[in-house]
Design a protein around this ligand. Sequence first.
Ligand SMILES: NC(=O)c1ccc[n+]([C@@H]2O[C@H](COP(=O)([O-])OP(=O)(O)OC[C@H]3O[C@@H](n4cnc5c(N)ncnc54)[C@H](O)[C@@H]3O)[C@@H](O)[C@H]2O)c1
Length: 335
Amino acid sequence: MLKVGLLGAGRIGQVHAASIVAHSGCELVAVSDKFEDAAAKLAATYGIKAMSTDDIINDSSIDAVLIATSTDTHANLIEAATAAGKAVLCEKPVDLDLARAQACLKASAPHNKPIMIGFNRRFDPNFAALKRAFDNGEIGQGELLSITSFDPAPPPVSYIAVSGGIFRDMAIHDFDMACWIFGGLPEKVSASGSSIVDPEIGKAGDLDTAIITLTFPGGRMAVIKNSRRAVYGYDQRVELLGSEGLLSAQNVLENTVEKITTSGAVSAKPEYFFLERYARAYGQEWAAFVDAVKEGSDLPVTLEDGINALAVAEAAAKSAREGRSVDVKTEILGG
Ligand SMILES: NC(=O)c1ccc[n+]([C@@H]2O[C@H](COP(=O)([O-])OP(=O)(O)OC[C@H]3O[C@@H](n4cnc5c(N)ncnc54)[C@H](O)[C@@H]3O)[C@@H](O)[C@H]2O)c1
């Protein structure tokens, strides 16, 4: 039985707590939060201990930690937890700064502990099925990937100001999706955007609408469309054109009822946001982590994957700022 400590009892920490508790191969033993009340409340829900973050990391009876704290703490906590011998599942992004994320890899690698990054979309049953079909060769060679990723409504401007910007905060999931599907980093990134949804987002120095084009080795292309507002719900679609066909994963709707009358056809809206749409994905993500840790097998998402997605985000931000295409290897990774 894997004994688990949860760091962070906020929005996503509460989702992960439910996945850990629901898994029969592990036991949630403690939770921490900088706000003690938040930890105490979650601890009471599950009848577990509220402890300090340091105490969880240094508790030798705990085998693994799930880091669901704010982004600025991730790199430090990954380093501390692996140094203390823990397996780690850490929420995305590793950090907002690529150099800090790379330093985290260097510092934690010698401890040789499993570190997985929470790119939950890989575990969405629809996207996972698309990836499996592609890997099975069912549409031949991949040529053009299209990812649509629209949030239902923008976050408060106070969040935007500390988020790291649309590319590091939001599009990072899509960058991971593209790198995962095509199996590596793009060579070139070209991005542009605007703040058409809310000019206050623009005043805070960010974009709320963006288009990113990625060029992968061999000329394979990906286009990512992001918006902070789709009034009808969370729009999450992936389409992959190959030499022998097309794979597409559509939105998950709130229900499957379709009404057809003389005035037309109507179906339900997409599920509202990530907590609803990816509920199954979070559970699958946790199960995949537990399996890999117990079996000592390869992790399905690595710290290197987290760094790759961040490198693409950095290239996209630079491209949008400078109005030109950016070479990932030479301009971002210094290769
Ligand atoms: N994969 C996803 O779908 C997804 C979704 C939402 C958030 N996230 C990521 O998860 C992280 C948390 O986001 P959130 O929306 O839950 O934020 P949140 O603000 O609701 O929760 C973060 C919690 O971490 C606590 N915290 C900060 N420093 C701490 C420390 N040192 N020890 C213990 N607790 C500490 C805060 O008090 C807060 O309660 C972010 O990095 C975010 O990018 C990922």
